[in-house]
Design a protein around this ligand. Structure first.
Ligand code: AHM
Ligand code: MG
Length: 338
């Protein structure tokens, strides 16, 4: 008889505890912090699934038929995340895309980390039932619970953990703590646990797909134009076939596909938005960290994304990310067209 039931499964919590055991100096703080992240993501997942049914897609401040105040999903996701992170006791402050200033944790609950997050990225896609996601980065604060915001306005390479959770046809959490390892977990809705389903994800050096909002191409600079033209009209010498285009308009989904299949995802600088669109602290840095740890690269066109130092918490940067061969082509286009 074949055993259809795997009885020795690697849950995310078990994975965190095993990592902790491998590092005798670890205090377990990150494991507890990640528990908060898991709860936050499970909550958002359950809200996204129910969004149509309970009419969460209404505008913030609208009232529903019962006369209760209705909250837009991104407002709700933010509140859930802030509460889950605060109660973990592991963060001194946090940065959320939804909040203008840093969110300072009450003194008695402060810890030595900071978390930056976009609780519901791509939320404009929600009404159409398209994939959305949560993106987060975790930072160790040199001054611990008393740290101030300047301690996260440092090069992206200082990031301790980067991850995202994609709410799609399945709910996938992808995570890295460095060490060239990127792990993918899938939520088992029956167990309510994230299970390791994609161990040690590696991005192919070259892919066949490009992912960019081509509607902005009128405003692109010469290097960006030349690069995407080279993918659509490859020179005979390159030996390449034209790439396929895929653009969901939801960073988590576009990056997830790029990570698994290879190719390039970009939100470049253009004449309308010199720094592109994506936010450094909770979009570009965590994704750049994941892609690098999976063997790929993330660049602005000219510089490594993780070498940037943001001046303000909501700063943006241009980004191209993908496998090493694809990124070499981006660099060449920028070197030849500057
Ligand atoms: P958001 O944080 O307001 O949701 O915006 C970020 C999203 C990303 O998920 C996505 O890559 C990008 O915006 C798409 O932007 P555009 O519609 O300009 O192509
Ligand atoms: Mg966003």
């Amino acid at each position: 008889m074949t055993d259809h039931h795997k009885t020795n499964i690697m849950t995310l919590t078990r994975y965190m505890l095993e990592q902790q055991r491998k590092h005798p100096e670890a205090t377990g703080d990150l494991t507890i912090a990640m528990n908060g992240v898991q709860v936050g993501c499970k909550f958002v997942e359950s809200c996204v699934r129910k969004a149509r049914l309970v009419n969460l897609v209404g505008l913030a401040g609208n009232t529903n038929v019962q006369g209760e105040d209705q909250k837009k999903l991104d407002v709700l996701s933010n509140e859930m995340f802030v509460n889950a992170m605060m109660s973990s006791g592991k963060f001194a402050f946090m940065v959320s895309e939804e909040v203008d200033d840093i969110v300072v944790v009450p003194e008695e609950l402060r810890g030595k980390y900071c978390i930056t997050f976009d609780p519901l990225d791509g939320s404009s896609n929600i009404d159409a039932g398209v994939n959305v996601g949560t993106i987060f980065g975790i930072w160790r604060l040199p001054s611990g619970p008393q740290a101030t915001v300047d301690e996260i306005l440092v090069p992206g390479s200082e990031i301790v953990a980067g991850g995202y959770c994609m709410y799609g046809s399945s709910c996938n959490m992808v995570l890295t703590f460095g060490n060239n390892s990127v792990e993918g977990f899938t939520l088992d809705p029956a167990l309510g646990e994230f299970i390791l389903t994609h161990p040690n994800i590696r991005i192919p050096p070259r892919g066949k797909i490009y992912s960019v909002n081509e509607g902005n191409s009128l405003y692109w600079d010469d290097a960006t134009k030349a690069y995407f033209d080279s993918l659509k009209f490859p020179s005979p010498e390159s030996g390449l076939k034209p790439y396929s285009a895929r653009y969901i308009g939801s960073m988590v989904a576009d990056v997830h596909r790029t990570l698994l299949y290879g190719g390039v995802f970009a939100y470049p600088s253009d004449r309308k938005s010199r720094s592109g669109k994506l936010r450094i602290l909770y979009e570009s840095f965590p994704m750049a960290f994941i892609i690098e740890q999976a063997g790929g690269r993330a660049i602005t066109g000219i510089e490594r994304v993780l070498d940037l130092v943001p001046k303000h918490i909501h700063d943006r940067c241009p980004i191209f990310l993908g496998g090493t061969d694809d990124m070499a082509d981006v660099e060449a286009a920028f070197a030849n067209n500057s």
